[in-house]
Design a protein around this ligand. Structure first.
Ligand code: RIB
Length: 300
């Protein structure tokens, strides 16, 4: 499977804290670690480790070269990663609490400098039937969606983090939506997971939909049937990039022709492994490791 992922690249400054800092509170962190991150980069690394052929497109500043190297080391093609000499690389300030939950403050930096010039140049290399994956941490989303749709690319959208403008983007050409409950509610209307799925189906009748439900698992509507997958229980150390790992593995599995149920299972296993260790892209397992995890889960 060959896929273009037009997405963010961030330096993640991850602070281990006893609890999330409260308004007016000054809190000392127990530890600070710097990880390669950004939903775009994480998903490219997940795709690549899952076995897909991935081209990452996006922008960094001169301080972000380690992110390009991380992508290369994971096997992604970085010819469309542009270094903007006067920009600062995007970054995230992430607090991880004792339960492994996180809260994230984003600074877009170079991610917000994706412009028409770069979009036109990158998309000129892709055509009908090529896959495009997008999240929502870069500028130019509307233009990328429109141009890719006109070109007949197969579009998968993970509208994360959700913003008020997304429902107004040209979404009719999106073939796969990968949403959590907050994103599902923004696009399909609030309600139970079943109601949300119904709302999404009504609004995007040609789309296939993955709805992740945190500890409750995930479901997938493939245009005809709905499949459900519970989580693989693990001790949560850091949930950062769990959703990104899921997205990369799920799309790779679908691209390989695996069934909806198999794709959900593989993606859930990979994201369970990611949750069990620290960091964003650093926590994403290889396909072999995910296979071993699944084999061990069978015998438990
Ligand atoms: O999904 C996790 C990612 O969100 C982090 O790596 C951080 O950079 C933010 O973009």
């Amino acid at each position: 499977m060959k896929i273009l992922n037009f997405g963010s690249l961030n330096l993640d400054f991850t602070y281990t804290v006893p609890h999330f800092v409260q308004p007016g509170e000054t809190l000392s962190a127990d530890k600070l670690q710097t990880f390669p991150g950004g939903k775009g980069l994480n998903q490219s690394i997940a795709l690549s480790r899952a076995g897909a052929e991935v081209f990452h497109a996006g922008c960094i500043g001169p301080d972000g070269e380690m992110l390009r190297r991380q992508l290369m080391d994971a096997g992604a093609d970085v010819r469309f990663v542009k270094t903007l000499p006067d920009a600062r690389t995007g970054h995230a300030i992430i607090q991880v609490d004792a339960a492994g939950q996180n809260c994230i403050l984003l600074y877009g930096g170079a991610n917000r400098m994706v412009d028409s010039g770069l979009i036109g140049e990158v998309l000129s290399h892709f055509g009908p039937g090529d896959w495009l994956l997008l999240q929502n941490e870069i500028s130019g989303m509307e233009e990328i969606l429109r141009t890719a749709g006109e070109k007949g690319m197969r579009i998968a959208l993970n509208p994360s983090p959700i913003t008020a403008d997304i429902p107004h983007f040209p979404l009719d050409n999106v073939e796969y939506f990968l949403v959590n409950e907050v994103e599902g509610a923004a696009l399909g209307g609030k309600g139970s997971p079943e109601q949300m799925l119904e709302g999404l189906k009504r609004r995007f009748p040609r789309a296939k939909i993955v709805l992740t439900l945190g500890k409750e698992g995930a479901c997938y509507f493939d245009g005809e049937q709905t499949f459900f997958q519970p989580i693989f229980p693990v001790k949560a150390v850091d949930t950062t990039a769990a959703g990104d790992t899921f997205t990369g593995y799920f799309l790779t599995a679908i691209g390989e022709g695996l069934s909806g149920q198999e794709a959900l299972k593989l993606a859930s296993a990979a994201s369970a492994i990611a949750v069990s260790r620290m960091g964003a892209s650093s926590s994403i397992p290889s396909r072999e490791e995910t296979g071993r995890f699944l084999a061990a889960a069978k015998t438990r």
